[in-house]
Design a protein around this ligand. Structure first.
Ligand code: NAP
Length: 296
């Protein structure tokens, strides 16, 4: 049975987020379902924050096989699930929900997907490295925790709402013992505070954008960083993959740094979600090709 024939047995999977128009997840998963002749389909629903609870209830009610969770629901969704895998407990965020006999379990595949992409796309091993993270939302939580578990020696976090950065820094330190530092989100009215960010930035081996600044919709924006201080030894990773080249990436490339977008992370976090849902090995080559063809 090919997934192009939708019938009463078709198992439905979906992305819940707001916005979702930018997402490549439907292309990623449908390519794998089709290749393996699974009678599954994957679609996307734009879920406003006020509708998250009824939407999660609908997963059970409509017997969806599972969902991916994206911006801005990765933390809030925890309140509506039956149980959390250790990956979600540690990061405090969920990007994948599996429905097993109406029991909803939350997982986080973003962290492992990110470090696998770092290794494959940038030949970067986080062990003993200093990392600066922009953002403290669901993706930053998963990325920060995974970097700490992978042996990073120091992690700096700066976020528009500093209390969120402090919360994440504390959680990483408590859970892993890795040294963390909260840095100020640059504001024109406090130029002096920016010195500590500049100093951490200059020493960082890896700089990660975990905010949506630069994403289609807010394209042209970027986290406020002293890009002129970037040096060619640094690696920059933008979790955004649409558009392919954000201003964040361009700024680092201008300085001779290795700078990549989030396509590799998307591939690997998606492959792990696929495996949780189906119990089958993800056809990585097929999924990768589908993404590349779609992005062209
Ligand atoms: P989220 O939980 O909503 O967190 C968003 C973060 O960005 C928060 O720290 C928020 O700061 C900050 N932010 C939002 N709008 C901002 C603005 N206008 N100015 C400054 N800061 C702003 O979202 P998320 O799930 O972490 O996703 C973040 C980004 O990563 C999205 O672009 C998403 O598409 C991308 N992502 C990509 C992959 C991949 O596979 N490549 C996986 C996961 C996520 P406040 O706390 O101050 O609100």
């Amino acid at each position: 049975m090919s997934s192009v024939y939708i019938d009463t047995d078709t198992q439905v999977y979906a992305l819940f987020g707001h916005p979702v128009k930018h997402s490549f997840s439907p292309v990623l998963h449908n390519s794998a379902f089709k290749y393996l002749n699974l009678n599954y389909i994957y679609t996307a629903f734009d879920i406003m924050p006020r509708n998250l609870e009824p939407a999660i209830f609908a997963v059970e009610m409509l017997n969806l096989g599972g969902v991916n969770i994206t911006i801005p629901h990765k933390e809030k969704v925890i309140d509506f699930l039956d149980e959390l895998d250790i990956s979600a407990q540690l990061s405090g965020s969920v990007n994948t929900v599996v429905n097993r006999n109406n029991k909803l379990t939350g997982y986080n595949t973003d962290g492992p997907g990110f470090t696998r992409s770092l290794q494959e796309d940038c030949s970067f091993n986080p062990a003993k490295k200093t990392v600066l993270i922009a953002g403290a939302g669901g993706a930053a939580r998963a990325v920060g925790m995974q970097l700490a578990l992978s042996g990073a020696s120091a992690i700096g976090i700066f976020n528009r709402r500093s209390e969120k950065a402090s919360e994440l820094a504390q959680k990483i330190k408590e859970s892993t013992g890795v040294s963390t530092e909260v840095l100020p989100w640059p504001r024109e009215e406090h130029p002096v505070q920016q010195k500590s960010l500049s100093s951490f930035f200059s020493q960082a081996d890896l700089v990660v954008n975990c905010t949506p600044l630069g994403m289609s919709g807010v394209a042209g924006q970027m986290p406020p960083l002293p890009y002129h201080l970037a040096n060619p030894g640094q690696v920059a990773y933008d979790l955004i993959y649409n558009p392919r080249q954000t201003r964040f990436i361009k700024k680092f490339k201008e300085k001779g740094c290795t700078a990549v977008n989030g396509t590799g992370m998307l591939l690997h976090q998606g492959a792990q979600a696929f495996e949780l849902w189906t119990g089958l090995s993800a056809p990585l080559d097929v999924m990768h090709r589908a993404l590349q063809n779609y992005i062209k």
